[in-house]
Design a binder for this molecule. Structure first.
Ligand SMILES: [Zn+2]
Ligand SMILES: [Zn+2]
Length: 389
């Protein structure tokens, strides 16, 4: 079969005769039609993270089922389906994470397109229980971004945004039900409008019904994109520093924290009509210095979620604020299997603007490296999907 196979650092070969996978009793054979391009693909290609070659990349996958194992009842040939990038390798009682329902944090997690072969190939074998059917009216070259770019912020907003003190009075079910999720009519700030930040803005505004979504980035083009996705206000943080004559590099630690706190006030000033209330800050930026701003920006008794991977620790950080604000600070990771079906339904019902989020469809397996270079060059506004043909 044809496949884009990584043999080592920057050694990606388009093979036409790669060994085809076989399926077991509880697996399905999928013919991937498109994969979403993620910065993880870039880090693997550039050799920043170790892997065992040969490896077929691609972990955001949408395709058509071409064969099912004898024990599979949930899917049949011809079904359109998506596959999550991380699924549990066990779900048994010896795994504390799986016992607690954290299938996204299973000790034996299987990482598609990293630990095992991914979807940049004509065929792939996947366990049926982790293959999610999707209505054929959703284009597969858009559906491919659901498994990671959409489901990761979905889980973050649905289950990681809730200030823990609310559980003293209400149950998880009451706080997270569809249409009555606690984020409804709340004010959300999103840092970084990239491949994950875009869906975060979109989901917060359209699915979770936030009243205001303030998008913060350093590029005007990304902020305009955020407006199309549902942001009610935008802040260019570079412009804020320039307009106020602040040169961050020249400041000492004390002046820096003053400048960051000024930026935080500027962000919440857009919510003056709501007494500057910020109910959630979702940091998808992948920049370290945004964390102190997030802590400054969020209102008392509310939540900060770290969604983007911070590249280094933060220096000079005022951690007293965490206590004073009675703050909930949450990490998040992928999406548990129990929430994947809800993400799919949200997309099928049209409450996620996949057509806006996928901004680049011009790439295929043969031009996969071009796509990685475009991503590195900042030339992909939202998400790119790779055609498998
Ligand atoms: Zn990814
Ligand atoms: Zn497990």
């Amino acid at each position: 079969m044809k496949a884009a196979v990584l043999y080592g650092k920057e050694d990606l070969r388009i093979e036409t005769d790669f060994e085809e996978p076989t399926i077991g009793e509880h697996d399905v054979m999928l013919r991937p039609q498109a994969t979403g391009l993620c910065s993880t693909d870039r880090t693997l290609y550039r050799g920043f993270v170790p892997f065992k070659p040969p490896l077929i990349l691609g972990h955001e996958i949408a395709g058509v089922v071409s064969e099912v194992g004898s024990g599979v009842e949930s899917l049949q040939e011809g079904d359109h389906a998506i596959v999550p990038p991380v699924f549990p390798g066990c779900e048994n009682e010896s795994c504390p994470q799986c016992v607690e329902g954290l299938t996204n944090r299973c000790k034996q997690s299987v990482f598609i397109g990293h630990g095992v072969h991914g979807g940049n190939a004509e065929m792939m074998a996947v366990p049926a229980r982790y293959t999610f059917m999707i209505d054929s009216k959703v284009p597969l070259d858009e559906a491919c971004i659901i498994p990671d770019a959409v489901s990761t912020p979905f889980h973050a907003l649905k289950s990681r945004s809730i200030p823990t003190h609310l559980f003293q009075k209400a149950s998880l079910r009451e706080l997270t039900g569809k249409g009555e999720h606690w984020l409804k009519d709340k004010n959300v700030v999103v840092f970084g409008v990239g491949g994950v930040g875009g869906p975060t803005v979109n989901l917060a505004a359209r699915y979770f019904g936030a009243k205001n979504v303030v998008a913060v980035d350093i590029f005007d083009e990304k902020l305009k994109f955020a407006e199309r996705l549902g942001a009610t206000h935008t802040v260019n943080s570079n412009d804020y520093f320039t307009d106020n004559g602040i040169e961050m590099k020249e400041l000492d630690a004390r002046e820096r924290s003053k400048a960051l706190s000024g930026l935080a006030k500027h962000i919440s000033s857009h919510l003056a009509e709501d007494k500057f209330q910020v109910d959630l800050v979702a940091d998808t930026s992948g920049v370290a210095d945004t964390f102190p701003v997030a802590v400054e920006t969020v209102s008392k008794n509310r939540t900060v979620i770290q969604i983007g991977w911070p590249p280094r620790p933060v220096a000079g950080f005022l951690n007293q604020k965490i206590m004073d604000k009675y703050m909930t600070i949450n990490g998040t990771w992928a999406c548990p299997m129990t929430e994947m079906a809800e993400v799919v339904t949200a997309v099928e019902e049209g409450t996620v603007d996949l057509d806006l989020l996928v901004t680049n469809k011009e790439f295929n397996l043969d031009t996969f490296v071009d796509a990685i270079e475009a991503l590195e060059g900042g030339n992909i506004l939202g998400r790119a999907s790779i055609r498998i043909e």
